[in-house]
Design a protein around this ligand. Structure first.
Ligand code: NAD
Ligand code: DAU
Length: 339
């Protein structure tokens, strides 16, 4: 089996590759933006099944050059993924998340890729009512520029299926957590700040609800959707226990044996959605998946991972992890570089 993975040097894509490398040949096509960290793939870098192509999904020639003819699947993780960054500037989100997805859809068609697995987000549904849950047929009404770009990408994926008969499956996941998550997102930021007794920023009243799913559970669901999902279908993936941010952070501080005085209220995110929560009945009943890692256990393991990998955190924070690739970019002229 040969898989073409985009964005495999990021948080979720790297978990997918670490888990899958012994079962499939994997080409990881990644631009290595600030979020793409080759350290995340140190365990597989020398594996004969693995290759990394440094390239931009918005570059059709680079994608076509790297995409093997007739490969079994294109698994599309690559995206700008951080909501706060999209509020500061949406341009790169439109480019990568929308244009990049369309480039990949065209390339998949030209190269006769058997299946296109598109990784989307529960955020395309926008703000939920206090007790609401997203279902696969809920309205798409994104509220942040990030979510708008992901919603738009989904439309192009469905259009490619409808117009050209491309075999596509879309997954929408809630908030992932676990090892190797870049310390700009809530949990890795809070863990790494708490490790240094630095304040943890709590946006607004901290009562926004998110539905946390461990990245390993999410990737198991992606594997199920890739292998057995029905063409043209969308599957929701969630953790089954939506919680307000403050509850999550208090639990975290108890696990880390740190004082609640580290919690620092800061100005709220613009347009901050109050609630996301995912109904994952469909993937459970059709594909037999459900989350297996209870939040408390996953959180303890995640804290332990960050504590045991302090050099990974400090290389992220200092930007050191990018140095080699920045030099390499400067030395090469070609847009895509096979390593
Ligand atoms: P991430 O930000 O950790 O990683 C993104 C990866 O994409 C990086 O390796 C980056 O270098 C690469 N990339 C960015 N722009 C690129 C481009 N133009 N060309 C090639 N590569 C590029 O993201 P993540 O948290 O692992 O999320 C992966 C996917 O899952 C995204 O599509 C995201 O929208 C979606 N998602 C994430 C979550 C979550 O909680 N993290 C939840 C639901 C959905
Ligand atoms: O729901 C899925 C989405 O989850 C993914 O599609 C996104 O890629 C991913 O980034 C994530 O988006 P969120 O905005 O929910 O995640 P973030 O970690 O940025 O924030 C989680 C919650 O915590 C949110 O309500 C904002 C809040 N927050 C965040 C940060 C970074 C804080 O209170 N303080 C912070 O410092």
């Amino acid at each position: 089996m040969t898989l073409f993975v985009t964005g495999g040097a990021g948080f979720i894509g790297s978990e997918f590759i670490r888990r899958g490398i012994s079962k499939a040949r994997i080409v990881n096509f990644d631009k290595l933006t600030y979020a793409g960290n080759p350290d995340n793939l140190a365990k597989v870098a020398g594996h004969p099944n693995y290759s990394l192509v440094v390239g931009d999904i918005c570059d059709p020639a680079a994608v076509l050059d790297a995409l093997p003819e007739g490969c079994d699947a294109l698994v599309h993780f690559a995206a700008e993924s951080h909501v706060d960054r999209s509020i500061l500037s949406a341009e790169e989100f439109v480019r990568t998340n929308v244009l990049g997805t369309q480039v990949l859809l065209d390339a998949a068609r030209h190269r006769k890729v058997a299946r296109f697995l598109h990784i989307s987000t529960d955020e395309v549904g926008g703000d939920l009512a206090p007790d609401g849950f997203f279902r696969e047929d809920s309205p798409v009404r994104p509220s942040s520029p990030y979510a708008a770009s992901k919603a738009s990408a989904e439309h192009f994926v469905r259009a490619a299926a409808h117009t050209f008969g491309l075999d596509v499956v879309i997954t929408r996941t809630s908030n992932n957590y676990g090892p190797y998550q870049f310390p700009e997102k809530l949990l890795p930021l809070a863990i790494s700040n708490a490790m240094e007794n630095r304040p943890i920023p709590v946006y607004g009243d901290g009562l926004q609800v998110r539905d946390w799913v461990h990245v390993t559970d999410n990737v198991r669901a992606l594997e199920a959707a890739l292998a057995n999902g029905k063409a043209g279908e969308t599957y929701h993936i969630g953790g089954g226990r939506p919680m307000p941010n403050l509850e999550v952070l208090r639990l975290l501080l108890r696990v880390m044996e740190k004082p609640e005085s580290l919690l620092a209220s800061v100005t709220d995110r613009l347009g901050h959605d109050r609630r996301y929560a995912v109904d994952f009945t469909k993937i459970s009943s059709e594909l037999g998946w459900r989350p297996e890692i209870p939040f408390e256990r996953g959180l303890r393991d995640t804290v332990e991972w960050y504590q045991n990998n302090a050099p990974w955190v400090s290389r992220c924070r200092s930007g050191e992890y990018r140095a080699y690739y920045e030099r390499m970019y400067a030395d090469r002229e070609s847009a895509a570089t096979r390593i």
